[in-house]
Design a protein around this ligand. Structure first.
Ligand code: SF4
Length: 449
């Protein structure tokens, strides 16, 4: 392709307005059409997640980073779910990246008693070819990395890491490396051997229109078979459930996208894929928090008469009401997840839930009244669980949950201390105090070896 056809005018990011990405830029695919531009540095983004249970999860965060970077870099995207180490080797040889962004989502499978760590497989399949064949700057990130940055920096021998959201910190890091800036001054950037500060750099992407276009970046078949197309309407969570990593990863405030931006993404994706079986899933911390936001999104979908099929993760019982459920039905919701985790007043308090048993019972009654198919999630065996509290949860299930709905029960939980997060401010990270013995044992073995 002749260079004149490349529409990029500059390889540099405009840091005075780093998120000013217009719709043409987002939908423009020309970054990978300009292989000959000597000044355009090359970034390989590699998702290492191969977990298949309970279902495969597409790499949404890395796709959004791709959309962010491609404005100024030549970017290739590799989804570890469908590639082998040979494919990684081939990509490294052909693409010759200057930078490699490696995302680590899951540390282990969290199966109590027979925990399987994903780290050895990631080292063998992805890191080994990189170390053998590439001299690119290696940058780690992802939710698993955000929780264990020190340990994973050591094990992977990485040049840099990014905790929390990467859409701002990653391009700033690349620019610092290219222009001689100081990476340690960028919030969220982790340097080898340096203490993690706990600060992260929240993405400003949520303020602008964006679309992950995930299906155009990878083989989407494994995800569409059992999963749904992920859509974020916000990031962060103000609540303090004792085991939850959402506030650690995304911060302790709700940062909302506008209803118009959210529905624009749904509409353009629906028009592009044109599959009547397509299901969109809202993958926020809690879909119906803060009050009014979910309603606005449903109203926008109804106004456009999109005729889409929708489902959502976490519905907070406090904000479930007849108006919202009616709008959700009208907008196209075919299923919701409800995650009370317990129906014992004692355990709701122990888990740090922001709702009472009265909220939960009222929400369950409304869900039945509006005939909304629901997957219910419970965690048994948390701090303070007794036979009596277990029986309270079972009594709730028997009395309030429709026999056609599904109930998923997990035994035991891990607790991440949130003390450090609170002390570090809104975007702080936490130190693990939970039972991560398999990971710890593995990391000790690797670092000692
Ligand atoms: S409400 Fe949901 S996302 Fe928020 S802290 Fe609790 S479990 Fe996590």
């Amino acid at each position: 392709m002749p260079l004149l056809s490349c529409r990029r005018s500059t390889p540099s990011l405009n840091l005075s307005n780093p998120i000013k990405i217009n719709r043409d830029q987002i939908l423009d695919r020309s970054s990978s059409d300009c292989p000959g531009r000597p000044e355009m540095k090359k970034v390989l983004l590699l998702s290492t997640n191969q977990a298949t249970t309970p279902y495969p999860v597409p790499p949404l965060g890395l796709a959004l980073l791709y959309q962010r970077l491609r404005v100024a870099y030549q970017v290739n995207f590799l989804d570890g779910f469908s590639i082998s180490s040979d494919e990684v080797r081939r990509q490294l040889q052909e693409f010759q990246p200057d930078y490699i962004g490696l995302s680590i989502r899951n540390i282990d499978d969290m199966v109590k008693g027979s925990t399987h760590s994903y780290i050895p497989g990631i080292l063998e399949t992805y890191l080994a070819p990189i170390k053998e064949q590439s001299r690119a700057v290696l940058i780690l990130g992802g939710s698993g990395f955000t929780i264990f940055p020190d340990e994973l920096m050591t094990v992977f021998g990485a040049d840099f890491g990014i905790t929390g959201e990467a859409e701002e910190a990653f391009p700033l890091l690349l620019q610092a490396l290219e222009l001689g800036g100081d990476p340690s001054q960028i919030e969220g950037v982790v340097l080898p051997g340096k203490k993690v500060t706990g600060k992260t750099r929240p993405s400003l992407l949520l303020n602008a229109p964006f679309s992950s276009d995930l299906d155009t970046l990878l083989n989407y078949a494994p995800y569409s078979e059992r999963g749904a197309y992920p859509i974020q309407t916000k990031r962060g969570c103000v609540h303090r459930c004792i085991y939850c990593s959402y506030p650690i990863l995304e911060g302790r405030t709700f940062r909302k996208r506008t209803a118009v931006h959210v529905v624009d993404e749904i509409e353009t994706t629906r028009n592009r894929i044109q599959n009547p079986g397509l299901v969109f899933e809202f993958v926020d911390s809690t879909f119906n928090d803060p009050p009014g936001h979910a309603e606005a999104i449903c109203e926008e979908i109804i106004r456009r008469n999109l005729r889409v099929t929708l489902r959502t993760m976490g519905m907070n019982p406090v904000n479930i009401n007849g108006n919202l459920l009616g709008l959700m039905k009208q907008a196209g919701f075919a299923q919701i997840d409800s995650t009370p985790d317990s129906a014992s007043p004692v355990m709701l308090k122990n888990y740090g839930k922001n709702f009472t048993i009265a909220h939960l019972q009222k929400a369950a009654q409304l869900i039945r009244e509006y005939a909304m198919p629901t997957m219910w999630f419970f965690i048994f065996g948390g701090p303070g669980e007794t036979e009596e509290t277990l029986l309270e949860s079972f009594a709730f299930i028997d009395r309030f949950i429709h026999q056609d709905d599904m109930v998923h029960i997990t035994e035991g939980l891990r607790i991440l201390s949130t003390d450090a997060a609170g002390g570090a401010g809104d975007q702080g990270r936490a130190h693990s105090k939970g039972d991560f013995s398999a990971l710890t044992a593995f990391l000790c073995a690797v670092t000692a070896g």
